[in-house]
Design a protein around this ligand. Structure first.
Ligand SMILES: Cc1ncc(C[n+]2csc(CCOP(=O)(O)OP(=O)(O)O)c2C)c(N)n1
Ligand code: SF4
Length: 274
């Protein structure tokens, strides 16, 4: 008789009622349950989180891991892969986490191409610390730290991911649980570094960017760099104009970190967990 897998811990949920982080948790649980039903084991997965509202997923998802530091999801995930390349590592990070303090790691992740997945819960604000602007916040956003409004233009992480050589780049809408689960599964199965940018409304801070569903549309999986660049240009993170493509924006086959380093290949072939 097969053992029942419990992917939700018993910890109390302290996200705001209705926060789309709940949907990201649900999508993740669905993917893990499916992969476990196909032969992965619960102990083959390891997660890393940053610090922020997104990071509370660590308390609710029943897999091993490290509740990390703000901005350091990627180096921690990389450390896990270096220690045991047989792990399937998932990094859950915020937009502040990834694109501000963690920016250097984000760029180098594309170069290393370690076989792991980064999931960015992008609510265009530092929500846990009460709504300051992050690099993806729209110009003009007024908050306690910037009463005159954000002066700078937002960064486009999809364009940056492409420029950094990432081998899998996707975008999802947190509220679309089924589509997000589908894309996350592709990200986890991709051999190499997978970057999944999830648009996640925050119900308390930076409300003016919420509810962009009318701008969103789904694309077929794309492998052309030119098309990916065109898709990345469609929305500049600045306002509710343009179109927001969802799905696999770019995917290519590329040597992974584990394949490039002979020591890691040797560890991987020993299949430590088997
Ligand atoms: C090294 C370090 N820098 C800064 C902080 C303060 N800090 C904690 S949570 C947070 C904001 C998190 O924002 P984001 O990563 O966008 O996640 P969200 O809360 O929006 O999910 C900040 C700046 C910290 N705890 N540690
Ligand atoms: S503050 Fe925003 S991101 Fe944080 S739990 Fe509440 S709704 Fe979610």
């Amino acid at each position: 008789m097969s053992k029942k897998i419990e992917l939700r811990t018993k910890n109390e949920d302290t996200w705001c009622p209705g926060c789309p982080n709940h949907s990201i948790l649900e999508s993740t649980k669905r993917v893990l349950a499916k992969l476990i039903s196909k032969g992965y084991r619960q102990e083959d997965f390891a997660m890393v989180t940053g610090i922020g509202c997104h990071a509370k997923i660590f308390d609710y998802l029943n897999i091993s891991g490290i509740y990390g530091l703000h901005g350091r999801v990627l180096p921690t995930a990389l450390g896990m892969k270096l220690g045991n390349p047989n792990l399937t590592v998932l990094g859950f990070a915020g937009d502040g986490d990834t694109y501000a303090e963690g920016m250097a790691h984000f760029i180098h992740a594309g170069r290393y191409n370690a076989d792991m997945t980064l999931i960015v819960h992008d609510n265009q604000s530092f929500s846990l610390t009460t709504g300051q602007s992050t690099p993806t916040t729209q110009q003009g956003y007024k908050n306690k730290a910037e009463p005159l409004g954000e002066f700078n233009n937002p960064l486009n992480p999809i364009k940056l991911g492409l420029a950094s050589g990432m081998s899998f780049i996707a975008r999802c809408n947190a509220r679309d649980i089924e589509h997000t689960a589908k894309i996350l599964e592709k990200a986890v199965r991709h051999k190499g570094f997978s970057f999944v940018e999830i648009i996640q409304d925050c119900l308390i801070f930076n409300l003016e960017v919420n509810n962009k569903d009318d701008l969103m549309y789904k694309i077929s999986d794309n492998k052309s760099k030119d098309e990916a660049e065109r898709l990345a240009e469609k929305w500049d993170y600045n306002n509710k104009q343009g179109q927001i493509p969802l799905g696999v924006i770019y995917q290519e086959k590329k040597k992974t970190m584990e394949e490039k380093w002979p020591q890691l290949s040797a560890l991987k072939n020993r299949k430590l967990l088997k």
